[in-house]
Design a protein around this ligand. Structure first.
Ligand SMILES: N[C@@H](CCC[C@H](N)C(=O)O)C(=O)O
Length: 278
């Protein structure tokens, strides 16, 4: 990937159920994001602050392409909530109600619903240990770790645990332990969920590369799929997260994620801020 050295860079701040993003539109020019830029912009004191940075790119075979970065400077293969937010932004620009986009997972479709929420087909869950990836073969529905987790991939790794009361889980203490467990050679996102009913879950999340976040779209997808595979819920589930409500529907053509999209502000990085990165 080639990187430009911007001297004046516009951005958009958005969130989806409190999962917050800086969006940089690099259509028509070279990509600008580096690990250093992501870390600097992600700093909530010296930069803007975000859970993920999403960079919009040109795509030959779709309306646009998306790259994702966590605020620790690492890359992510999927981000459901940023995908929904950016899809809405691109749909407004193109005057469309649906778009296709390319991520490292492949081609995804997103649509705006009549009530303003946006959904995206996140693709099929990855249920093979090599795809998540795990370091070695394991029972994906019952990992040999405390808490009896389920492992699943949604284009990124997830470790899902079902607990009696997700409210009381000490995410800051437990999250990093699972994130860095050697069974996950590329680290993992960590979800704790309790069953409220056959179509309702309470979920809290520790994200790889970002820590505690108010919501995680791919995590909601992984949790809903894991709950269904464990026989706890049906295929369509409403998830109550710290920052809002997401709906996941595991259909024949993939796992659909639906939720709100919020525009927060537009801004420009100053030349001085950008120069300090080079
Ligand atoms: N918030 C996201 C997931 C972001 C990526 C994750 N932290 C990773 O490193 O895989 C979502 O909405 O899916």
């Amino acid at each position: 990937m080639t990187h430009a050295s911007p001297t004046d860079l516009p951005f958009l701040k958005m969130h989806g159920a409190g999962n917050d993003f800086v969006v940089i539109d690099s259509r028509g020019r070279a990509a600008v994001t580096t690990a250093a830029l992501a870390r600097a912009v992600g700093d909530r004191n010296r930069g803007v602050g975000f859970d993920q940075l999403a960079e919009i790119r040109d795509a030959d075979d779709a309306d646009f392409a998306l790259d994702f970065w966590n605020n620790d400077g690492s890359r992510a293969g999927a981000c459901g909530n940023a995908t929904r937010c950016v899809a809405d932004h691109v749909m407004r620009g193109l005057g469309k109600g649906a778009v296709t986009l390319r991520t490292s997972r492949g081609l995804l479709r997103a649509e705006r619903l009549a009530d303003g929420r946006v959904n995206v087909n996140m693709g099929h869950p990855q249920r093979l240990w090599q795809a998540v990836p795990l370091a070695q073969v394991a029972d994906m529905l019952h990992l040999p770790l405390p808490g009896d987790p389920v492992a699943l991939g949604m284009g990124n790794p997830h470790c899902v645990m079902f607990v009696a009361d997700a409210e009381v889980v000490d995410l800051a203490a437990k999250g990093p332990v699972y994130e860095h467990d050697p069974l996950f050679p590329q680290r993992t996102n960590v979800e704790f969920a309790s069953v409220i009913g056959p179509d309702r879950l309470r979920m809290r999340v520790w994200e790889r590369g970002a820590g505690i976040t108010l919501a995680c779209g791919s995590g909601a997808c992984a949790t809903a799929v894991a709950a269904h595979l464990r026989g706890l819920t049906g295929r369509r589930v409403v998830l109550e997260l710290d920052g809002g409500t997401l709906v996941v529907d595991w259909r024949e053509d993939g796992v659909w994620l639906t939720g709100p999209v919020t525009y927060v502000f537009e801004g420009r990085f100053s030349a001085g801020f950008l120069a300090a990165l080079s």
